[in-house]
Design a protein. Sequence first.
Length: 177
Amino acid sequence: MSDIVLKKGIAQITRKQRAGRYAEALADVDTLLHVRPVNTRLLVLRGILIQLGEDEQGPELREAKRSFAEAAQLDNRSPEPLVELGHYLLAVEDKPREALARFERAARLAGEFLNDSLEGMASCLLELGRSREARECLAKAASMKDKSRPHANGNARSDLGRQSKTAKKAPAVRGRR
């Protein structure tokens, strides 16, 4: 199955979900999962649709948890399955400690992606001659780093200056960790 067919299928599933046609959307997800069984997005959609459908003919609710857990294991860098699993653990199983661990991990991952995005934006803005906006992006990124971990030298301003000088020399190319 091509990526285009998969994207169209997911778009169709999303339309059915928004229209409240959960059983139909779930059937479409299950069909696509037979072709692409290791697709994180499809697994998350499956879990969501199972929870929304909650009818006697559909899969049991614990299948939603299994779908979220499998998605989180397949893509351990994506916050989405962790958020959904956290909601399930909190609302369905009444396990706030376990849910909190999932939400915390999801927040760390989302923060890392946001930080990488801000640094990338700063590089682009510098290339476009928009240095004030670039500094603002770098300041946001530095602020996030300050909140998540201490700097080696304890000085966010010197890190910001170093990042700004480095970004001016060569645009940053960042990949997924």
